[in-house]
Design a protein around this ligand. Sequence first.
Ligand code: CMP
Length: 138
Amino acid sequence: MEQTLSIIKPDGVARGLVGKVIQRIEGLGLKIGAIKMVHMSRFQAEGFYAVHRERPFFESLTAFMSSGPAVVMVLQGENAIARWRELMGATDYRKAAEGTLRREFATDIEKNVVHGSDAPETAAFEIGYFFNRFEIIA
Ligand code: CMP
């Protein structure tokens, strides 16, 4: 059993895509171990995306991620990290495979609706950023 962090970003929440995204997650057979809405401060968004601090899109990304409420979830199941990333599709929606969430819903490389951890170490950091262990249903 593996865990990953999933975010429905502020664009996804604002556009009323929460139900659709959750339906696809459940359809994939991943279990939601924890879920909540957060409206990140700029400081929280900067901490979450600290690995991207030197990237040219960092300012814009952290402004976007703190622009409105997002839904954060812990997803659980076999190969949860890879399976959630496959369902999301490539970061750039123009390169995302047919049938993926980003291909279907994203409008922009930044406003790409969803986020997922890319490795077990990042998943541990990202889950711990939003949830303590008592909030996660095993
Ligand atoms: P995410 O998977 O959350 O990881 C980093 C985020 O930075 C990415 O999704 C996009 O929202 C955003 N981003 C903006 N521009 C780029 C870019 N050129 N390359 C990668 N990520 C970008």
